[in-house]
Design a protein around this ligand. Structure first.
Ligand SMILES: Cc1cc2nc3c(=O)[nH]c(=O)nc-3n(C[C@H](O)[C@H](O)[C@H](O)COP(=O)(O)OP(=O)(O)OC[C@H]3O[C@@H](n4cnc5c(N)ncnc54)[C@H](O)[C@@H]3O)c2cc1C
Length: 387
């Protein structure tokens, strides 16, 4: 086993460059039509089923999935380009994002044929949305402590317990939940967990809002009280879901969505600074640009490894850790450009204040979602053979 990480340079092939142009044109048209304001950071407006259906109609959901199931058999690098453009433009992609990024791949790999045939085409059309049921009140980083349980019943299972911090549970159709089906064993505390496909309108499920510090409703608590899940909705093997859940986390962590969420604070800052910024602002912009371009090369390299069929867990954790730290520091760095706020009334200046507010509001969560900073560093240490 090799204890190192590597970031091979990745060149974007011509098909990916052509796709980038096509996506930019589409997004420009949508902005001009008023479908969304780039970088406005309105989380509720970012969940936009009409937009998701348009993206689906373009063939941009399930891009790398097999044609046999309605996917488009394109490359991870093309998907990377699409993701980068959507995020850099602040496009309203949240409705289909989780299904496209992680739930679809999990179903394709471990779901039953019946479920794949039914749901993958709906996801690809941008009509079927998913949430993630991992965290519980007493189990966050330590997923294997999950205690929401499923008890065998006639034709399926009855689920009881609570999931927490479930983003968009109130507006998605399905959850992929990590549920306890038997106790851990003395020699394997990861044993006993199963993944289930759970329909959110099942009787016995109650979704309660948690309003975040910014005053938005994104999170929820999801309570299960003997909610019935049919046998066909067990994903993969009963009691053996730890490997599947770890695969799902690798999909969740490896993309540019982990360091491009507040890019608009940077691009609007550059615009406000103008063509000839004073030296200390030029220095700030130069430093931030260097960090950004380095992150981008590292992140694109991860996409290249995924395309080559590798599982770059350590590299993905490095990119997420460096990327979220960069994003967290970004609002303070960009504030230097206009310490007292932007007073001029032009449209771009209003956008600068808007995106700065958004980037500052969401900064604390960035190093928690998708695995905390400490947990990622633990993964990196393990990848390097240090523990
Ligand atoms: C914006 C956002 C969206 C989210 N969406 C979802 C979602 O859709 N579905 C879902 O299931 N969850 C979601 N989460 C929850 C998220 O995955 C958890 O908050 C995260 O895994 C941490 O778990 P916790 O909150 O229980 O903290 P804990 O695990 O209790 O951690 C508390 C502190 O202890 C540290 N710590 C924990 N273990 C170790 C260790 N082994 N070594 C060193 N330090 C450690 C952590 O780094 C952290 O600083 C979301 C969170 C955020 C912020």
């Amino acid at each position: 086993m090799s204890y190192s990480f590597r970031f091979d340079p990745m060149q974007f092939p011509p098909a990916a460059q052509a796709l980038r142009k096509e996506v930019r044109k589409f997004l420009r048209e949508e902005i001009d039509k008023g479908t969304f304001t780039p970088g406005a950071g309105d989380m509720a407006a970012n969940f936009n089923p009409d937009f998701s259906r348009k993206v689906g109609a373009r063939g941009w959901i399930g891009m790398t999935w097999p044609k046999e199931y309605g996917g488009h058999d394109r490359t991870q690098i093309e998907r990377y380009v699409l993701t980068e453009e959507f995020l850099a433009h602040g496009a309203p992609v949240r409705a289909h994002w989780v299904a496209d990024r992680q739930s679809g791949p999990v179903l394709l790999r471990y779901g039953t044929e019946e479920v794949r045939r039914k749901l993958i085409p709906e996801i690809v059309k941008g009509e079927c949305y998913f949430c993630i049921g991992l965290s519980e009140p007493n189990s966050g980083s330590d997923l294997f402590a999950a205690s929401t349980k499923a008890v065998k019943a006639e034709g399926g299972y009855k689920v009881t317990g609570t999931k927490i911090w479930t983003s968009n549970a109130h507006r998605t159709h399905y959850m992929i939940g990590l549920i306890r089906t038997s106790p851990p064993t003395a020699d394997n505390r990861r044993h006993g967990l199963s993944q289930f496909l759970i329909k959110m309108d099942t009787p016995g499920i109650t979704v309660r809002p948690i309003i975040n510090l910014a005053g938005h409703h994104d999170f929820n608590e999801v309570h299960f009280d003997d909610a019935f899940v049919p046998d066909a909705h067990l994903i993969g093997r009963e009691n053996e879901a730890w490997k599947q859940a770890t695969d799902e986390l690798a999909y969740e962590r490896s993309g540019p969505d982990r360091w491009l969420e507040t890019l608009a604070a940077f691009t609007e800052g550059v615009r406000v600074a103008g063509a000839e910024p004073v030296p200390h602002i030029a220095e700030t912009l130069g430093r931030e640009t260097a960090h950004l371009m380095t992150l981008r090369r590292m992140s694109a390299s991860v996409a290249g490894m995924l395309q080559a069929g590798e599982t770059p867990m350590t590299e993905a954790a490095v990119v997420k850790d460096l990327g979220t730290n960069w994003e967290q520091a970004l609002p303070n760095a960009m504030r230097l450009i206009a310490p007292d706020g932007v007073r001029s009334p032009s449209a771009n200046d209003r956008t600068f204040e808007q995106v700065m507010r958004y980037a500052t509001h969401i900064a604390p969560k960035l190093t928690i979602q998708g695995g905390t900073r400490e947990v990622l560093r633990g993964i990196i240490a393990r990848g390097l053979g240090l523990r």
